[in-house]
Design a binder for this molecule. Structure first.
Ligand SMILES: [Zn+2]
Length: 629
């Protein structure tokens, strides 16, 4: 299409968006806290609270305890530099002085959620004290943020005004939903109104800035807060404002351009952004489309999700180490960042809730059970900032090669030598999975994502409690113990890999779901999924293996070294080298067998050319490994 015609059409569609109506959402999310993890997910949250999640403030005190960035250390014109804990940034770089707000608020979001969802009373008290402190920093006009009056809403260059708020207000939303604390709710509403007064809708341009950078671009996810406030209040002003933000972002010069509307609609545009931004920016686009129902945005959403799907590795990790430098995923050459795993999971969860597209649930399970679990250290409290599916060494650099200055391919409870972004997000991801496990629809309750949990909610006046007992994804059997005052319709998603299922209760099938009427009183539903090993072709001539939702890997023995000890006892940065460097090649047709101890395959040792039988295990349990053969 001629570029001028395209631009004219775009401008016309931008004008007409505001006249459209918000679209109905397929599912209604439950309140945070109505779904609580049990089983291994709860155990892992408790371990994180004992580990990196509960101790990050002590592990990096300069970035958290010593910088009261929303309070007495708010940024003013007088401040020229600050320790932001990021490699090569901070000194004399006014652009990223907002950075500690991200570190603090993303960490708190995970911490508050984990403390309440896992029932950890001591950490709940710590969370409460923090919230009281933050609420005390609010000014009379409602302002909550990182800038003193001389800078707020007046910055003409790169700034973190909306980003520092987005990350903090997500914490306040979490805390409010978990505790129903009225003071937190009022503080949040007035803080959001303060933004709307100072950046008036359609009469201001929050994303217009000289030398725009990462913080300004992150600020677009202020729409997370607006979307949830719309759901909780029913007030359309919040999504109208979200639509305004996406429009303003699309028309300004910004550092992260992948999600800008003209670029999405341009067939020859190649994604090249900072992965985290590109994956989190899926959410503002989703919210903008549902706010307007505009055909142009539907087209954009379809195109953007299609582009992202090309960037996903077998484990579900979306590439970008940290920038997206290729248009298709690679299992060895391009890593993914822990932040990106979290952000894409969150974006997919929002799209699943609004669209009801069940393949998104399969995608979320794949990334949470494989990429996210597989980038955690299996036994020590630390995570990989960057990880590849085929991980042959974790010595700081990528598979012991590439950029010699790279430090992110290792296990750390902080990663302060790179940036303290991934550890906070590793503390958030499980609670975002949990909050999306169950939703309501017009008829009853829907289990969208599977795993051990307990749901306690109301369907109108019907009080319902469900205990979902399972080792899933490590086993595919479930017991749902349901207590309800009145009958309701229960739907349970049947993952795409299920070949057969058995249920102790009669059911009907509806698309990707089974459904059954549940009586009042107590009902026990026993459900089991049957499947077999699946072989998947990937990239060029590679094969990977899955059983149920789990992707399997060949683990390699590794030599561990302590790269750094922290002043807090028990915390280390760890690196790994293979004891013996070797890889295997699989030819389709060779023998494959499933046993409870793993997937057995016959593969060729590329060094000796001998055919060997090797045993693959879930990626979640591995450090060094081969996933594609
Ligand atoms: Zn990160």
């Amino acid at each position: 299409m001629n570029r001028n015609i395209l631009l004219t059409l775009l401008l016309l569609s931008l004008k007409t968006w505001a006249q459209n109506q918000p679209l109905p959402e397929k599912y209604q999310p439950l309140l945070l806290g109505e779904i609580k993890p049990t089983g291994w997910i709860k155990t892992q949250m408790r371990q994180d609270l004992q580990g990196f999640s509960g101790n990050l403030d002590r592990l990096v005190p300069d970035l958290i305890l010593k910088d009261d960035i929303y309070g007495k250390n708010r940024l003013t014109k007088a401040i020229k530099s600050k320790d932001v804990g990021a490699l090569g940034l901070g000194e004399n770089d006014v652009q990223i002085l907002w950075w500690n707000s991200e570190t603090q608020s993303n960490w708190r979001d995970g911490f508050v959620r984990q403390a309440f969802l896992s029932g950890d009373l001591a950490n709940q008290r710590k969370a409460k004290a923090y919230i009281s402190h933050i609420l005390a920093t609010q000014d009379a006009d409602g302002y909550l943020g990182v800038y003193a009056p001389d800078l707020r809403y007046k910055l003409t260059g790169e700034n973190g005004e909306l980003w520092a708020k987005a990350s903090l207000f997500r914490v306040l939303l979490s805390y409010y939903e978990l505790t129903k604390d009225a003071k937190t709710w009022q503080a949040l509403l007035s803080a959001v109104d303060n933004v709307m007064v100072n950046y008036p809708i359609n009469r201001s341009s929050p994303f217009k800035a000289e030398k725009p950078f990462a913080g300004l671009s992150h600020g677009l996810v202020f729409t997370d807060v607006l979307d949830r406030l719309h759901q909780l209040t029913g007030n359309r002003k919040y999504v109208d404002y979200a639509l305004f933000l996406y429009r303003d972002y699309s028309k300004n010069t910004v550092s992260e351009t992948d999600v800008q509307l003209p670029n999405i609609l341009n067939d020859s545009y190649l994604m090249h952004g900072h992965g985290v931004h590109s994956y989190e920016h899926l959410r503002p686009l989703i919210v903008a489309y549902w706010a307007s129902g505009a055909d142009t945005l539907k087209e954009a959403l379809d195109r953007y999700t299609h582009r992202i799907n090309q960037l996903i590795t077998p484990s579900g990790g979306p590439i970008g180490d940290e920038w997206i430098t290729r248009q298709t995923a690679d299992a060895t050459q391009t890593g993914y960042e822990y932040c990106s795993i979290h952000e894409l999971l969150h974006s997919h969860a929002v799209l699943l809730q609004k669209s009801g597209e069940p393949s998104l649930a399969d995608a979320i399970e794949r990334s949470f059970f494989n990429a996210a679990q597989g980038a955690r250290h299996p036994t020590k409290s630390s995570i990989a900032y960057l990880k590849t599916d085929n991980s042959f060494a974790m010595t700081g650099t990528k598979n012991d090669g590439g950029d010699p200055k790279q430090t992110r391919y290792k296990y750390s409870p902080a990663h302060q030598d790179a940036a303290v972004c991934c550890v906070p997000n590793a503390g958030r991801i499980a609670s975002y999975y949990v909050q999306s496990m169950w939703v309501k629809d017009a008829d009853g309750l829907v289990a969208n994502l599977l795993g051990p949990c307990q749901v306690s909610t109301r369907l109108g006046t019907n009080r319902v409690r469900i205990d979902e007992t399972t080792e899933y994804p490590y086993q595919n059997n479930f017991v749902f113990t349901i207590n309800a005052e009145k009958p309701f319709l229960l739907k349970i998603r049947k993952p795409a890999w299920v070949e057969q299922l058995t249920s102790s209760q009669a059911y009907e099938t509806e698309g990707a779901y089974i459904k059954m009427m549940v009586k009042g009183g107590q009902t026990v539903v026993k459900l089991a999924f049957q499947t077999s090993v699946k072989q998947h072709s990937f990239a060029q001539h590679e094969t990977f293996f899955s059983y149920g939702p789990l992707v399997y890997a060949l683990p390699f023995a590794a030599q561990e070294a302590v790269a750094k000890s922290f002043p807090v006892a028990g915390f280390f940065d760890l690196t790994y080298r293979p004891v013996q460097a070797q890889t295997f090649r699989f030819s389709p047709g060779q023998k494959v067998d499933y046993q409870p101890s793993g997937i057995l395959i016959e593969a060729i040792n590329t060094k000796t050319q001998a055919v060997e039988q090797i045993r693959l295990v879930p990626m979640a349990k591995t450090i060094l490994r081969q996933v594609t053969f």
